[in-house]
Design a protein around this ligand. Structure first.
Ligand code: IZC
Ligand code: ZN
Length: 422
């Protein structure tokens, strides 16, 4: 019997189906129920259907919400962010407008290294408060699970501080956080000419982070002038030995072989993929590696976009994420990412919804718990004030959320966070 029933849902996007990456044409195979209902008990979904059948689950204490005219989707999954960091980089905006590239700014000691300086100096509480503010914004846009990378310490104390902030937020904030250790994000200034020593430093951090349960994934910025093919391969091989699941920043500016590393080591996701060679698309598909695309980064850097249509044709399974970070993608707004995926990646509304739900869950190894509205899964879902899913992608740049439920609890009402602080 139910604690909570949402009824009369105009379009209920269930994403029901296999709990695995939806690839190629499967991304368009999305169940949408008209006049749907969902029944929740405790923090789980116990029934999904259409019409009046929800009445079988009514009890005296059951709360009933009428969702006439609204669209419901599973809670959105933002599976690539650099959530925890100090400060911001608006001072680099003018340089960018004058034509300096992202990597030019990093080479001059700015970019990631600027954020590293600030993050090293920041207290735990400063980092916590700033990240919490971002999580509240994410939640108000419909994100209920988020990945968070370290990588603004590049020394053991600060990397651990970042990951501990994420761990505490996971305990206190309604949004679930999945952590990734990304010590190999850039070379700190004092190791600029001693890459080998820095790589060993990063590897030395791995056992501590693993043993203290501070991160499930390990990621490397595999890029020209950052971590080379050989360095990335070496680092991720070690991470795998220590028991981390793997991700890789792949082909963002240049293609230097990151997809081959992902296939060789069985990365869960390869992220960015803007410059990926077309012959690599089939490899991603064959090894079931999540192609995690980040179009807000292309938009913000004024660069090219990933070839999503060709990827889907080749059978890839795509996820979409904000890449929220203070440099290349200063936005928490996953709906904007979805709209850019429509406008710039030519993905259809159904493909986009697959990408930010079940495929995002796959990118975080959470596909059994979240990513669809079906019996047994967590009661994480979003009510959008739109008449249909096409409208959600078409009317861009605003927040369409009405309410958000996390673990069966109302946490956003009329776009305002309303959860109880723990
Ligand atoms: O702070 O610039 N791309 N890492 C790789 C980032 C963007 C984050 C940043
Ligand atoms: Zn990133």
């Amino acid at each position: 019997m139910g604690d909570l029933i949402i009824k009369n849902i105009a379009q209920l996007v269930t994403m029901r189906g296999p709990n695995r990456l939806r690839q190629g044409e499967e991304m368009r195979d999305v169940e949408i129920l008209e006049n749907g209902y969902v029944v929740v008990k405790d923090d789980k979904i116990i029934a999904v259907g259409t019409g009046d059948v929800y009445k079988n689950y009514l009890e005296n204490h059951t709360a009933v919400v009428d969702a006439t005219g609204l669209v419901m989707t599973p809670g959105l999954v933002d599976s690539h962010t650099h959530l925890v960091h100090a400060g911001s980089r608006e001072h680099e905006l003018t340089m960018k407008l004058e034509g300096y590239s992202y990597l030019d700014i990093l080479k001059a000691g700015g970019g990631i290294l600027n954020t590293v300086q600030k993050t090293r100096k920041a207290s735990f509480t400063e980092l916590y408060d700033k990240a919490k503010k971002s999580l509240d914004i994410m939640l108000s846009y419909g994100t209920t699970t988020v990945e968070a990378k370290s990588g603004y310490g590049l020394d053991v104390d600060t990397e651990v501080k970042q990951l501990e902030v994420a761990k505490k937020l996971n305990d206190t904030h309604p949004v679930d956080i999945v952590s990734t250790f990304m010590g190999a994000h850039a070379y700190p200034s004092d190791y600029k000419d001693n890459h080998e020593a820095f790589i060993e430093t990063v590897i030395d951090m791995m056992p501590y982070i693993k043993e203290h349960g501070l991160a499930e994934f390990c990621d490397v910025f595999c890029e020209r002038d950052v971590f080379s093919y050989e360095e990335s391969l070496y680092l991720l091989e070690k991470a795998k030995k220590y028991g981390f699941m793997l991700k890789i920043h792949a082909d963002e500016m240049d293609s230097i072989g990151a997809v081959d590393i992902a296939c060789m080591l069985g990365c869960v996701s390869a992220d960015h993929l803007v410059e990926t060679k077309e012959e690599d698309f089939e490899k991603l598909a064959k090894y079931h590696i999540v192609a995690n695309l980040l179009p807000a980064t292309s938009f913000n850097l004024n660069k090219g976009y990933a070839k999503a249509r060709k990827m889907i044709e080749a059978g890839c399974g795509i996820a979409l994420s904000t890449d929220y970070n203070p440099g290349s993608s200063p936005t928490e707004n996953i709906q904007l990412v979805m709209q850019l995926a429509g406008l710039k990646l030519k993905m259809t509304p159904k493909e986009i919804l697959t990408a930010v739900t079940i495929n995002g869950a796959c990118a975080l190894n959470r596909e059994k718990e979240i990513g669809s509205i079906e019996v047994g899964k967590k009661a994480d879902f979003v009510l959008f004030d739109v008449p249909n899913i096409d409208y959600l992608i078409y009317h861009f740049g605003i927040n369409h959320v009405k309410d958000v439920y996390k673990n069966g609890k109302l946490v956003v009402h009329n776009q305002r966070v309303c959860y109880k602080e723990e």
